[in-house]
Ligand binder design. Structure first.
Ligand SMILES: Cc1ccn(O)c(=O)c1
Ligand SMILES: [Zn+2]
Length: 263
């Protein structure tokens, strides 16, 4: 079923038809994390997030997911520590999800699928001055990934869920302020896996230090159902398509090592 959904996506949605793998790309994302093959790295530090809710600006439907965008013109919302040598600025977060609760995440743990996955996207502000610049560089981006499971309602997420009906169609945008993305992180952020990979949407550049949390967060069935009420299509198009299964097919590991911060 999930394979059919992914194949249907390839056929129907131009973006997902994007190059399966970047020609010569040997560090593409997402991947399956084989937990017993991950290597403990005792040099890995705890993650340090310092997010200022006042930098939250807007939420918009870009036709692939919905993005909550932050003012990244100064170092107000940052990520450092973990596997990172530099300081990274938060620019946006978004999710990937399925048409049902059986699948939807981009990464998997020993092939285990989650119904959705949160990505908090940061760029290296010690080395670059714009996201657009950093996205082309090997050490340019750091994406924090958090798995979602269906369970109790996530109170912090509700403010975001309530804004979604206003951005149902592709290219719609509404003001969205004073949202602290830290409320979406699991209580334990010390346990994670990390590997070098790529964006999972075009331009698929291999510029990402991925940091995947071991602990998931819980959202309610109804909250996830509102994600699925979004549309890939703009208001003008006659045929409306539900925004679901907006995940990329998994990519070969190509000899990469996934490191863990815990044993
Ligand atoms: C920059 C970027 C774009 C798309 N996705 O899925 C990501 O996770 C990060
Ligand atoms: Zn993503």
């Amino acid at each position: 079923k999930m394979k059919e959904a992914a194949e249907y996506n390839m056929k129907m949605h131009p973006m997902w038809q994007g190059p399966l793998a970047v020609p010569g790309g040997d560090r593409q994302s997402p991947i399956d994390i084989v937990v017993r093959k991950s290597v403990l790295d005792t040099q890995l530090k705890p993650l340090v997030t310092d997010y200022d809710p006042k930098t939250c600006q807007q939420i918009w439907n870009n036709g692939y997911s919905f993005l909550v965008e932050y003012d990244d013109t100064s170092d107000k919302s940052t990520l450092k520590g973990g596997p990172l040598q530099d300081k990274f600025r938060l620019c946006q977060f978004h999710f990937h999800w399925g048409e049902n609760n059986a699948w939807g995440s981009e990464h998997t743990l020993d092939r285990r699928l989650f119904p959705a996955e949160l990505h908090l996207v940061h760029w290296n502000s010690d080395k670059y001055s714009l996201f657009e610049e950093a996205v082309m560089e090997e050490n340019g981006l750091a994406v924090l990934g958090v798995f979602l499971k269906v369970g109790k309602r996530h109170e912090g997420l509700q403010k975001l869920v309530d804004a979604l009906p206003a951005i149902r169609h592709k290219d719609s945008v509404v003001e969205f302020t004073r949202f602290d993305p830290a409320c979406l992180l699991p209580t334990n952020t010390d346990d994670y896996w990390t590997y070098h990979g790529s964006l999972t949407t075009p331009p698929l550049t291999e510029s990402v230090s991925w940091i995947i949390m071991k602990q998931h967060i819980e959202v309610s069935h109804d909250q996830l159902a509102v994600f699925r009420s979004l549309l890939f299509t703009s208001a003008e198009e006659e045929v409306q398509k539900s925004m679901v299964n907006n995940f990329r097919v998994q990519q070969p590991l190509r000899g990469r090592t996934v490191r863990s911060s815990f044993s």
